[in-house]
Structure formats: C-alpha cells, structure tokens
Write a protein that binds this ligand. Structure first.
Ligand code: UDP
Length: 241
C-alpha cells in the first residue's frame, strides 16, 4: 500500500465521526440535512482517489457510560451503544449510495440479515474496489469506545492517516467553548496528548496510534471542504504525530 492517489498524499484514510455529529441542531437522533452534507463531503474525498474507511459513534442515540451511570449493567449498556452505531452506519450507507458513492457496512457484531460481518479480508476487498467501508458496532467488545475502534480498523486496513472530524477546529489546551483564552495547537506529539490528558481521543486510541506511528488530523467537520483539505495534506486543524 505504498502508492498514493494522484490528488492526495494519502492512499487510504480512516475517517472517525462522532455520533453527535449526526444530530445537527437536534437534541437526539439523525438529521437528514447533516447526513446529506456528510455524504457530499465524503464523496469529495472519494473523488480524490483516496480509499475511505469510516467509523461512526453513537452519542446521538446511546452511550454505554450513560446507561451504566443510570444503574444498568455496563456491558449490557455498551452492547446497546454498539448496536446504536449500526443504526448510524446504515443511515450513512444509505446517504452515500443515494449520492452514487459505493459503500458497504461491515459490523463487528454479526447480523447477516442487516449487513456484512466484519473481516479484515472483506474490508480490504471492498476498499480495493474503491468502496467506502463503514465499520459498525465498534470493536464488538464492551468497555471500548468508537475512537479505539477507529484506530484498530485504521491499523487493520493500513490507513496512512486518521481524520477525526469534530465540532471544533483542532485541539486546544483547554475547552475553547468554555475558556476564551484557550490556545489551539497546530501539531502535537502523542506523548503530549497523553501526558496533558488532552481530550482528543481516549488514551487507548492514542496509545495504539503512538505504538504504530499513525498520524491523526483533528479538524472541524462543519466547515465545507475541510475533509477534502485534510485528506489533501493541508493543515486544517491539529496534526498529532
Ligand atoms: N461501544 C462499545 N465498544 C466499542 C465501541 C463502542 O461498547 O468497541 C459502545 C459504548 O457504550 C459507547 C457507545 O458504543 O459509549 C457509542 O460509542 P462512542 O461513545 O465512542 O460514540 P461517540 O462518542 O463517538 O459518539
């Protein structure tokens, strides 16, 4: 996997979207408008000739920690969270296919009447055919997050960049929504993210990225064209490497 696409320094990227990204202005669930926007943005990076793996969270529907805080068994609540990522994955799959972007959903929890089951071989097969591969159901294990799932899948498909699409334009030393004097980093090392406990991805995901030298670009997904700029090698947010 050494050749690059004509229009990007990257051959394969893993795009991580939070579940909350799908809500738009809503307080819960999936916004049709956001789905259309995301599908159009993803179509642009596919058009660059870049192969795209995608992991989506479920914060817009259900998070295991919230269930467990309310008294549920944690593993049961996490299973619910993983199932919720499948709902999000199906909605993105539909939005992409309606825009003419070939896509497949591979789930870490077997549900053959709904979508294909995950295997690394199948993922490579679809990616080699330039289909967007949406990895659903996280890692398939409770006590993990979709950030860790994103990093795991990135390594399995040998992605050369992880794009973490968020609602802020990079990583700050403190929460920019609450502190006016928050300072944004252009670049960061994995060690800095871990030692300063910066809220980017959970520490399991950052450790995996560090051990395997997989760079992460954190950027604001709500700026049209940002996804394409990030994949084209432009500095659009914070690069962790
Ligand atoms: N989850 C899990 N194992 C995984 C990935 C996810 O148990 O490998 C569950 C967990 O309960 C989590 C939920 O799925 O809260 C949704 O994922 P996440 O919180 O990462 O979503 P995001 O914050 O990206 O919307």
């Amino acid at each position: 996997m050494t050749s690059h696409s004509a229009n990007s320094p990257h051959r394969r990227v893993l795009l991580k979207l939070s579940g909350e990204a799908l809500m738009g202005q809503q307080a819960y669930g999936i916004s049709g408008e956001v789905l259309n926007y995301l599908a159009a943005e993803i179509r642009e990076i596919v058009a660059l000739g870049v192969q795209v793996g995608l992991v989506i969270g479920a914060g817009n529907i259900f998070r295991g920690m919230a269930g467990s805080a309310a008294g549920m068994d944690r593993a049961t609540a996490d299973n619910m969270g993983m199932l919720a990522t499948v709902i999000n994955a199906l909605s993105l799959h539909d939005a992409l296919e309606r825009r003419g972007v070939a896509a497949r959903v591979l789930s870490a929890i077997d549900m053959p009447s709904v979508c294909e089951s995950f295997s690394r071989q199948k993922a490579h097969h679809h990616l080699n055919k330039d289909r967007v591969v949406i990895f659903a159901a996280g890692t398939g294990n409770p006590y993990f997050t979709t950030d860790t799932a994103a990093m795991l899948r990135a390594l399995e498909i040998k992605a050369d960049l992880v794009c973490k699409a968020t609602r802020v334009d990079g990583v700050y030393d403190k929460d920019p929504l609450r502190h006016q004097d928050a300072v944004r980093f252009d670049t960061l090392s994995f060690e800095e993210v871990l030692t300063r406990r910066l809220k980017v991805m959970d520490s399991a995901a950052i450790s995996l990225a560090m051990d395997n030298a997989t760079p992460i670009m954190v950027f604001d997904m709500n700026v049209p064209g940002n996804m394409k700029r990030a994949v084209s090698g432009e500095q659009v947010g914070t690069l962790i490497k």
